[in-house]
Ligand binder design. Structure first.
Ligand SMILES: *Cc1c(COP(=O)(O)O)cnc(C)c1O
Length: 385
């Protein structure tokens, strides 16, 4: 039985060759030649003032909120249905995440829910491009402008997606990318902060290296000027090894995205007549990066039983994203019924650039059979009831 994993990072010979170059250069640490070149490439690709390469997207979100002066007691409105990194970042600073529900049709944050949650202590909003689907930035921007709030785009999953012709990652004044092994472009672990304000990026870059700037640059200065530590910084740097891998991955992004897009189209076509699943819908004005392909199961289906069937057949699957407000660490009185419903009914199917058409067919065949076994719907022939 052939295993079909949920995710698979497309890393190969080209990435290995790029790593070999870094080994030969003698500078494997961060903020060296490869890191700087990656930052320049990202700033150009996204047409932003500056890009800061960092160790992961969680660090990018943390740096973004520090640079935006988020302080204890401030409220930041966050999209509820997501990997819960945005709410973690808010809590790093002693601020309060306020959870906004999502649209049922796109699973991205509902602008009306955001508007309803703005209060006297609100300082900003973190929207999430849910598993690669850009959020509604035009109405979100209108809300944040009206109230003088910042808007951060968590584009962790969205490298390659677009909204109204613009790239995800350039849809707010600050955007955070992830290059984790489960995302569309990866260096194993990695991330970036993109900013339209160069001063904000400079602040983030400084705090990402203990507050003293590039050690690589220091080695090239004539004389011995000794930098002073004037504030507490962190070590959130991306290594030049990872940066070199990412230069190759970004060069391949169109090819990798085209393959994931083809996989998504095949799933959607094969499941079009399946009554027990709802497939993702992509509004006309945006394109999806397909970090994950999630279907929403009919309420009559026992999701855990279906997942167990798939896994028993060697097919990887997952629950998708989280309803953040339901996680014990965030337990809040906030109500996000749509997010909670998706959290309980979504199922992520295998999605990566190396899936073949016959593997996708097999996933759908096993899924369809299992849905019938584990649905209590009387509409469905062969249902358990
Ligand atoms: C994966 C993910 C993150 C975290 O990215 P890391 O690089 O692993 O820190 C943040 N936000 C969202 C929406 C994600 O999906």
């Amino acid at each position: 039985m052939e295993a079909i994993p949920l995710v698979h990072a497309s890393l190969g010979e080209r990435e290995l060759a790029a790593v070999a170059e870094v080994f030969a250069s003698g500078w494997p640490a961060g903020q060296g030649p490869k890191g700087k070149a990656l930052e320049a490439e990202l700033a150009q690709k996204y047409a932003v003032a500056d890009a800061v390469a960092v160790s992961n997207c969680g660090a990018a979100l943390h740096l973004a909120l520090m640079a935006l002066d988020v302080s204890p007691g401030d409220e930041v409105i966050v999209a509820d249905y997501t990997f819960p990194a945005p709410a973690h970042a808010v809590r790093y600073l002693g601020a309060v995440p306020v959870f906004a529900d999502v649209r049922a049709d796109t699973a991205t944050v509902d602008p009306q829910a955001v508007a309803d949650l703005v209060g006297p202590r609100t300082v900003g909003v973190i929207a999430v491009d849910t598993v690669g689907m850009p959020a509604d930035y035009a109405p979100l921007r209108a809300i944040t402008d009206r109230h003088g709030l910042f808007l951060v785009e968590d584009a962790a999953c969205a490298v390659g997606a677009t909204y109204q012709g613009r790239q995800a990652g350039s849809l707010a004044e600050v955007a955070c990318l992830s290059f984790h092994g489960r995302k569309g472009a990866t260096s194993g672990e990695g991330g970036a902060l993109l900013a339209t304000d160069p001063a904000l990026a400079a602040d983030a870059r400084l705090r990402s290296s203990f507050g003293i700037g590039s050690i690589f640059d220091m080695g090239k200065v004539v004389g011995l000027p000794i930098p002073e530590f004037t504030e507490i910084g962190y070590n959130f740097k991306l290594s030049d090894i990872a940066a070199a891998i990412l230069q190759v991955q970004l060069d391949r992004i169109d090819e990798l995205l085209a393959r994931r897009t083809a996989v998504a189209a095949q799933y959607t076509e094969l499941l079009a007549d399946e009554e027990l699943t709802t497939t993702p819908w992509v509004p006309e004005d945006r394109t999806h990066a397909w970090q994950s392909y999630m279907v929403t199961l009919d309420a009559s289906v026992d999701r855990a039983a279906v997942a167990a069937d798939l896994r028993a057949q060697g097919i990887g699957c997952g629950h998708g994203a989280w309803a953040t407000h339901l996680q014990p660490v965030f337990a809040s009185g906030d109500s996000c019924p749509v997010s909670a419903d998706l959290f309980h009914r979504n199922l992520a199917l295998p999605m990566h650039a190396e899936l073949t058409a016959s593997q996708v067919e097999r996933v759908v065949e096993v899924l369809r059979g299992s849905l019938r076994t584990h649905s209590t719907s009387t509409r469905i022939l062969g249902g358990a009831a």
